[in-house]
Write a protein that binds this ligand. Sequence first.
Ligand code: ADP
Ligand code: MG
Length: 675
Amino acid sequence: MADPSLIDQARSPVSTAPDPVRATAWLEALPAAAALFRRTGMLYAVNTLGREWFVVDNRAPLASQSWSVVLLPLGSSGSTLLTRVASGESPTTQQVPLGRDGRIADLRAVPFDDELLLLTATVTAAGDEHRTMSARVDRELSALMMLTPSSVRITDVAGRILQSNGAADLEHAAHRPATVRELWELDAPHDVANNRPLSFLDAPAMRALAGNLVRQQRLEVRRLGAQRVIESSAAPIRNEQLEVTGVVLLDRDVTDHDRLERQLHERQGREAELQHQVTHEREHLERLVEERSRALIASQEDRLRDRRLTAVGQLAAGVMHDVNNALNPIMAAAYLLRHYAESPDAVRDYADRIQKAAEIGAATASRVGRFIRQEPVHAGGDEALDLSAMVEEVLDLTQPMRLRRSSDAGEVVIVRQCAPTVSTRGLPGEIREALLNLVQNAVDAMPTGGTLTVRTFEEGADACLAIRDTGVGMSADVRERAFEPFFTTKGAKGSGLGLAEVYGIARRHRGTATISSVPGRGTEVTLRLPRAVGIETADAIPDAALLPVIPHHILVVEDHDDGREFLRRILMAAGHHVDAVATCAEAREKLASGAEIPYDLMLTDVGLPDGSGWDLVRYARRKVPDVRVGVITGWEPIADTGESHGAEFILRKPLRAAELQAHIAGRSAPASTTE
Ligand code: ADP
Ligand code: MG
């Protein structure tokens, strides 16, 4: 503290203000940091200790430096004291802690004369205890500063950098900044958020000196010749009076972090993009597959339709061929009959010829009927079949096709090696279809002619059928895939369904289909179906002419006039007593009133004008259970077996007289085997 007597000493020789040189010499004598200020606030004189303690710019005139700057190291205390004294308060003193080392400054401000004010600062050393603690805090702080990867600087209130850590010292290796101003000049910071150069007053250190807390301000700075991005933070350091006495500056270099983050972001972006592409691609593929599948199904349906049309055409050709062959002799014989009507021998001869030809026509019609009445396995049940007989039918049916082929190219020779009967059970329509497909394939395989061998035989529990050709044969590949639906090597001409159907039909009949083939030599396809015990065929029906006729009382129900009349006459010719009616109503009436002479048998058509023949059958079963019933049907599929309706037998048109009479005599095969 400045001694009051010294002040008096200084005042006494001069009543007015001393010149600065003298004043300075006088100040030097004081054992304190001391400075004289004009009442206007500008510096007048300062001693050496004062220059050390205060902020005095040695290059600038003293009169241009104000106490608010010069006394910065004392916080605002110095200037506050002086202001109070300048405004007439009595001289005052104050203690101010200096720095962090525990030293205390005793401040004293007094009016020196009318014009000048004197400020002295005497530094008192801190106590031992305080020093020890302070030293420890210092060491801890140093350790902390060493550890952090951020750069840390501590400044005093004038912005002089008092302390910095290693990270900070590396930033500007060539020139270590001594003040925050120098640091700002070296960094040339650019404000990233606002995209403009950062003014010195906006620098984090300056804002912290002004009492603000600055958190992570993003700046682009120039360091070691490169542009770096930093996050700069700054906090004011305050004394006990909460006055700012310095700042802590903390910079974190986030350039690499930013780059990594950017890369990560880009990568995530690319991944999302890729994911999007994959999804898009997959959707595209799915759409494509769906479209193709739809197109494929459509084309398969087309093929199926084409194939059915082809089959129908084939069938029609076969039928026409047979029907014409049958009609020819009938027309000729009818003509000749009229011509030779007087000769009983000729009449009988032509009648025989007409009957034979008509039989052929009838056989064709019944074959076609069977073919088009294909009923699924579950609906119609199966029938006893003779594979040998079916082979004959199919060969007949395919004859026109084979003939056409033969005339185009080489001839196809047919060799039959069939056992007399090979019995199985199944759907005749399906078996016929399978045979048709196999014959078709064999013929296709022999474009320049060859031999088609058909064999039927029994082997163990199997009824077998084999069709062999001397055609092109199949490679192993083709053989493996031949049963696949739609697999064909015939291009647009093939449907690829033939063998698939054969396979399916064999399976449905609890049998197998196998292929053996040698490329260039030929192919044999074998069907094996479960064998059945023998069946009665039409041949087994005894010749009616040989049977003794027992006269029956018969009711005929048929709406077709010619049909009814012929039926009546045939029955009467055989010695029966016949009533014939055209409707269900009439038939019911006859049955109900027939007690006088009871009917033995009713023969009824199915399609009647006022109902179905089946209704009539049920009516008869209920009302007159003793009357036997036979049904005659044209083309209708028999959805149910005759027995369930109570019919004893079912006959198909055209009627064969011999067959009819065998049934009437009660000596025929059961209704279900009769076609
Ligand atoms: P498609 O006759 O319409 O081609 P299939 O299912 O009947 O269809 O036959 C499939 C394929 O099997 C034929 O395209 C053919 O390559 C082969 N194939 C069938 N039968 C024979 C055969 N008898 N000889 C040689 N190859 C045959
Ligand atoms: Mg085929």
